[in-house]
Design a protein around this ligand. Structure first.
Ligand code: HEM
Ligand code: HEM
Length: 185
């Protein structure tokens, strides 16, 4: 990852992409958990469609984000962080990039193998990535469920760290990702 190209805060393209992905992930995970647990019916159908649509949106945003990250880079690590904090922080960020992309592609792939449609907010449907194969779908969905919880855990850790920097350490780490209008740099 190309740290060190920018003086302090993240550029606005990175901030936009960060908050769009963050909002989408925080919507997609609870819907994913709820949709298998409500009974069959129109509510369940809507939850599935919404989960799949946001999952595909995350895939598109993450591809844009990866390109943005390669092109504009990211600021050097916030000063004052211990070596282990830098290591945990960049490992968490890197893992989130990789897992979010794999999770979205895996969801789409398993859904195709299951023989279910992949709608995008009622606007259009994406093509199936492969033919029907129930055993394969079950296997990939098994991983999708596990990785869903791994991503939730990493996101919780990440949000906890950001809030801890803001409320307790008061060292300006959160401000690096906040829009200028909200006090960011
Ligand atoms: C990064 C994006 C995604 C995240 C974070 C995510 C997360 C999750 C989570 C947490 C669950 C619930 C696991 C459980 O209750 O045990 C789930 C289930 C599911 N997801 Fe996703 N998902 C994403 C993308 C997608 C996409 C793109 C599709 C399809 C196009 C999809 C289709 C499904 C389906 C069908 C299930 C139910 C699987 C089952 O019950 O066997 N997901 N997802
Ligand atoms: C309330 C929620 C959140 C807050 C307050 C927050 C805060 C932050 C902050 C302050 C940074 C910059 C850290 C630094 O200066 O090095 C950052 C980076 C990052 N955040 Fe979040 N975040 C939130 C939600 C999320 C979610 C849900 C995800 C994805 C699951 C996420 C993924 C990332 C990634 C991948 C980076 C690294 C960006 C890069 O270096 O390109 N964040 N976040």
């Amino acid at each position: 990852m190309t740290y060190g190209k920018l003086a302090d805060g993240y550029p606005s393209s990175s901030k936009w992409l960060h908050w769009l992905v963050a909002g989408s992930v925080l919507i997609t995970i609870p819907i994913g958990i709820a949709m298998g647990r409500v009974g069959k019916g129109p509510l369940q159908d809507t939850l599935y469609t919404t989960h799949k649509s946001f999952g595909i949106l995350i895939l598109g945003l993450m591809i844009a984000r990866l390109i943005n990250r390669i092109v504009v880079g990211a600021p050097a690590p916030a000063p004052g962080l211990a070596r282990w904090q830098r290591a945990v922080s960049s490992a968490t960020h890197g893992l989130l990039y990789v897992l979010l992309i794999l999770q979205a592609v895996g969801g789409w792939l398993a859904n195709s193998a299951y023989g279910a449609p992949t709608p995008f907010f009622g606007l259009f449907e994406l093509p199936a990535l492969r033919g029907k194969d129930q055993a394969f779908a079950e296997q990939v969905f098994g991983n999708h469920r596990i990785f869903g919880f791994v991503i939730a855990g990493l996101a919780a850790m990440h949000i906890g760290a950001a809030l801890q920097h803001y409320f307790f350490k008061k060292d300006g780490v959160l401000q690096r990702m906040l829009p200028r209008a909200l006090g960011g740099n």
